[in-house]
Design a binder for this molecule. Structure first.
Ligand code: MG
Length: 497
């Protein structure tokens, strides 16, 4: 795998950076799960110090000159080229953003997160808007330092999804928006997929739901000796290595699909981390290539497999066994409950049909913010009007509108489009898997999921970050990312029964 002597030396030197990352991941997992509340401030200091150390090592003359030397080597194989690409990119980003600016962003967002939480609780946008203004200005500065060809937003997109441009995202939304709207209209007028379902209000026993989740994870193939399931306020996945991947869920005590599908979603992320080629673990290319590709894996399992009729049929008896109240609901009802469709205010609760419209709304606003074409005072009204235009509803509170997401308070502008990349890719991958495996439905209906896991491993997981996202998709599926598959998927699931 790694034969070039310079690359081998880099990988040896990289080991300490990997170890710091490993420690930071474990610390972050602990922060979200078991850390005593009072430890937050010290934990923040410790993490900041480790990040600084990592930056120092990466930018040391010794390390950067080795990477430069590697770049000039002839005959590097794809893995070795991947190592150079990933490190060059990390060094470029580190070098471009002045430490003072980064420090200012960290300081601002640390405060802004707390203020945002309170502003959301009190439904008070005025409390938050000056922070948002500052964050937008800092992000614009960062974009200038990073550089871009066409739109300053390109620089921020690339930060979250290597190689993604504003123009790509524009093209995707141009290709799907009007179809999504017409699919939505039809689904709503047909009424087979309900807007809401009585099961959304039914309470469950948390112990029973835990048993459901554990049994579902067994079926999906979540390896107990290399992975954990815990509880946190917001579900997430953290992979320390291919031998230690952890997911979380939450138990709200009602509307059991929320916990179930968060588990299946995070399983998709976890499987990616678990199936990376052991030979590239602990190297610069030993993790998932991007947020969008990662999200494609979670959405594939959550939506395309998890919410399918075949999967619902196959797990119905397990659900019945643990959730006593399901005796009043047959499998058809449970399937419809899993697949409610309605325009709603909250992105995280949005269904498969409407979800990307929530992303489009944010994408439109972020582009204007980063271009300096809108004032923070104007954002709430712009949010509401755009939501009306896209989904036909207008929030009456900030909490259900502009204050709903944590992302901006954390300085994550340019992040949202990776969710749509994930949704689009999940359908494209499903199309190819279906064709190459001789029918996904046949496999799912008998819960024969191993060939699907193997397929994803072969096409996506094993490569880690060897290829940049666009290149990975091209190599694995012989074509570029194509949003039409997503529209075809929606049509065949929601319009042709
Ligand atoms: Mg996710």
């Amino acid at each position: 795998m790694f034969e070039n002597e310079v690359i081998k030396e880099i990988i040896e030197k990289y080991r300490v950076l990997w170890a710091i990352e490993h420690a930071l991941s474990l610390m972050s997992w602990d922060t979200e799960t078991y850390m005593p509340k009072a430890a937050a401030s010290d934990r923040g200091i410790a993490a900041a110090e480790l990040n600084l150390l990592s930056r120092k090592i990466m930018l040391s003359d010794e390390f950067t000159s080795l990477v430069d030397k590697a770049e000039k080597q002839e005959g590097l194989n794809d893995y070795e080229k991947g190592v150079v690409r990933v490190l060059k990119r990390a060094i470029r980003i580190y070098k471009a953003i002045p430490p003072k600016l980064l420090e200012e962003l960290v300081k601002t967002t640390t405060k802004a997160r707390i203020v945002w939480r309170e502003a959301k609780e009190k439904d008070d946008y005025a409390m938050f808007k000056d922070y948002l203004d500052k964050i937008v200005k800092l992000c614009r500065e960062i974009a200038e330092h990073l550089g871009y060809d066409e739109h300053p937003y390109d620089a921020l997109l690339d930060l979250h999804e290597e190689g993604l441009r504003t123009r790509d995202v524009d093209n995707i939304f141009n290709a799907i928006t009007s179809d999504i709207k017409s699919i939505l209209d039809k689904v709503l007028s047909e009424g087979y997929y309900p807007r809401e379902h009585p099961l959304e209000r039914v309470k469950y026993d948390i112990k029973a739901m835990e048993s459901v989740n554990r049994e579902i994870l067994d079926i999906l193939g979540y390896p107990k000796d290399r992975a954990r399931l815990d509880v946190s306020a917001h579900p997430f996945t953290i992979g320390m290595s291919i031998y230690d991947v952890r997911i979380t869920t939450r138990y709200e005590g009602y509307d059991f699909k929320r916990s179930l599908f968060s588990v299946i979603h995070e399983f998709g992320h976890a499987l990616y981390d678990l199936q990376i080629d052991p030979a590239i673990s602990k190297t610069p290319i030993g993790s998932g290539v991007s947020l969008g590709v990662h999200e494609s894996q979670s959405r594939f399992w959550e939506n395309i497999i998890g919410r399918s009729r075949e999967f619902t049929n196959a797990i119905y008896d397990i659900l019945r066994k643990h959730l006593e109240f399901l005796k009043d609901y047959d499998v058809e009802e449970v399937y419809r409950y899993f697949n409610c469709v309605k325009p709603s205010f909250i992105r995280t609760e949005a269904d498969e049909v409407t979800y990307n419209l929530h992303i489009l709304l944010r994408f439109k606003l972020e582009k204007l913010m980063i271009a300096g074409e809108v004032k923070v005072e104007e954002l709430p009204e712009l949010w509401n009007n755009t939501m009306d235009e896209l989904l036909g509803i207008k929030p009456s509170t900030y909490r259900e509108g502009i204050l709903q997401d944590i992302h901006w308070s954390m300085g994550n502008i340019g992040y949202f489009p990776t969710y749509t990349i994930g949704n689009i890719l999940s359908a494209q991958i499903a199309y190819h898997a279906d064709r190459d495996l001789g029918g996904l439905k046949n496999l799912v209906s008998v819960l024969k999921l191993e060939p699907i896991r193997e397929y994803l491993k072969e096409k996506i997981h094993r490569w880690g970050s060897t290829y940049e996202p666009k290149e990975l998709i091209r190599r694995s599926f012989g074509e570029d990312i194509n949003p039409r598959y997503f529209i075809e998927y929606l049509k065949s699931k929601f319009l042709s029964r």
